[in-house]
Design a protein around this ligand. Structure first.
Ligand SMILES: C[C@H](O)[C@H](O)[C@H]1CNC2=NC(N)=NC(=O)C2=N1
Length: 243
């Protein structure tokens, strides 16, 4: 197993902020047909594998001694072996994880660390993580832009260097605005992640989301926005006046 892991880690290369090529021997084609059903698991594994991996951005290759779990500090080899062991699969499994449309990006705001997001997975099926997680980092703007299609109706804004998600809604009345706040508050409390809510000029609701703990956007913010989008609030909104 160690031989397999060594061979595999030697071949991994990060040629651009996105892992764009993984050379893996063996019959990945054979596994392709199972990929969709494992998509969620792959994403969860991917989040596990790379949410806590640190890589020296100067060194473009994954080297076991450079990659370590932030908590507890264990080398890459143990990560892949635990993945293999848990999944009881060959080294192909980890390839699928990375090939399963998982975007890897180095956050510009952090010297080390990077986040994954499973672009193939519906954000409403995910759960926000506690914002006091030690190595939570704000994502880079291009990564935020990559996720915007998954939160229709929201705008990406940059307020004094802090990226935020913003949504504006016109409600029927001041009290309908407060009803909307309550519905949003229930989602936020369930996620442990909270938006900034504004009700101005009696019927203009503005919802702003960012991760205050890191001063920027994390996947939590997109999960919260996607779950707010799922709320049935049509009865609270003012009808658009057709031009
Ligand atoms: C521990 C818990 O995750 C923190 O207190 C949460 C609460 N809700 C939050 N919401 C937002 N938007 N940002 C935060 O940093 C944050 N921190």
């Amino acid at each position: 197993m160690t031989r397999v892991v060594n061979m595999w880690t030697r071949r991994l290369s990060l040629t651009t902020p996105f892992v764009n090529r993984l050379i893996i021997p063996g019959g990945i084609r054979r596994r392709k047909q199972q990929l969709a059903s494992e998509q969620t698991r792959s994403c969860r594994d991917a989040n596990f594998v790379s949410n806590y991996l640190h890589i020296d951005p100067m060194n473009r290759l994954f080297h076991p001694h450079l990659l370590s779990l932030s908590r507890p500090q264990v080398p890459l080899r143990s990560v892949f072996e635990s993945l293999f062991a848990r999944n009881g699969r060959s080294n192909i499994r980890v390839t699928e994880i990375f090939q399963n449309r998982v975007g890897l990006f180095l956050s510009r705001n952090s010297l080390y660390g990077f986040r994954t997001f499973c672009t193939g997975q519906d954000l409403t099926t995910k759960k926000c993580v506690p914002c006091d997680t030690k190595d939570l980092r704000p994502m880079a703007e291009d990564s935020a832009k990559h996720l915007m299609p998954k939160v229709v109706g929201w705008d990406l804004v940059n307020e004094n260097g802090i990226l935020k998600l913003n949504r504006s809604l016109k409600v029927k009345s001041f009290t309908k605005g407060l009803e909307l706040f309550k519905l949003v508050a229930d989602v936020a409390e369930a996620e442990g992640h909270h938006p900034d809510l504004h009700l101005v000029g009696w019927n203009n609701v503005q919802i702003e989301i960012c991760t205050h703990a890191v001063g920027g956007l994390t996947e939590n913010d997109f999960i919260l926005a996607a779950k707010i989008n799922r709320l049935d609030i049509h009865h609270l909104l003012r009808r658009k006046i057709s031009a």
